[in-house]
Design a protein around this ligand. Structure first.
Ligand SMILES: [Zn+2]
Length: 213
């Protein structure tokens, strides 16, 4: 894929976030790894106004190139790429249900086996820190240890993947799980799956879709 194609895919992913109702206005951001750095959505532009040329190229040292300023939340994107060589794309959103739980400081426990899709027994909520700070990024890396998604207290959620489509699909799934958990909480206390069961599911997901043997 050329850099221009990847820029277009970032724009398409940002627009898909609106369509899939995990983003509103200018609050989310999207990035994808390229070469020794990454491409990220610019700050202050509504997604429907963004063109491929507006996507900002950044180095892993945090230096931006191009006519636009990068999203103010570029630090956790950069730190995820630095810490996780297998990650190729990161999606961040202030989606309604994930953010609702995050505003209560609650992550998503093992109330449903699909929680394991993020890679762990639960989807934790990273402690609050001001947006755009290194402190927030440090909390994110800790919460995402062994996982591809987390919630951010009083803020939103993050999902990572090998590709943009994978990161977006995980973000949509995390929001669906957050909504299901929120709904279950309205009528009672959901029963949680055991660690042993979640470990079994994590193992199944790790080989899901892979050729047998
Ligand atoms: Zn945010």
């Amino acid at each position: 894929m050329t850099e221009f194609e990847l820029r277009r895919e970032i724009v398409a992913t940002a627009l898909a976030m609106n369509e899939r109702r995990i983003n509103r206005g200018k609050s989310g951001n999207v990035s994808a790894r390229i070469g020794g750095g990454f491409l990220i959505t610019p700050t202050g532009l509504a997604y429907d106004a963004i063109r491929a040329d507006d996507i900002v190229e950044m180095t892993l040292e945090g230096e931006a190139r191009g006519s636009r300023e990068p999203s103010s939340e570029w630090r956790f994107h950069r730190d995820i790429y630095l810490a996780r060589p297998e990650v190729g794309a990161v999606v961040h959103a202030h989606s309604v249900f994930a953010t609702t739980l995050a505003c209560l400081g609650r992550g998503i426990p093992a109330f449903h086996y699909m929680v394991a899709i993020a890679g762990g027994r639960d989807i934790p909520c990273a402690p609050y820190a001001t947006f755009g700070t290194q402190e927030l990024s440090d909390h994110v890396l800790e919460a995402m240890d062994g996982r591809n998604a987390c919630l951010l207290a009083n803020h939103g959620m993050i999902a990572a993947g090998v590709s943009l489509s994978g990161a977006l699909a995980l973000a949509v799934e995390v929001e669906a799980l957050a909504e299901q958990y929120w709904r279950a909480l309205q009528i009672g206390e959901p029963s949680l799956l055991s660690d042993a069961e979640m470990d079994r599911v994590i193992k199944k997901f790790a080989t899901y879709g892979q050729p047998a043997g």
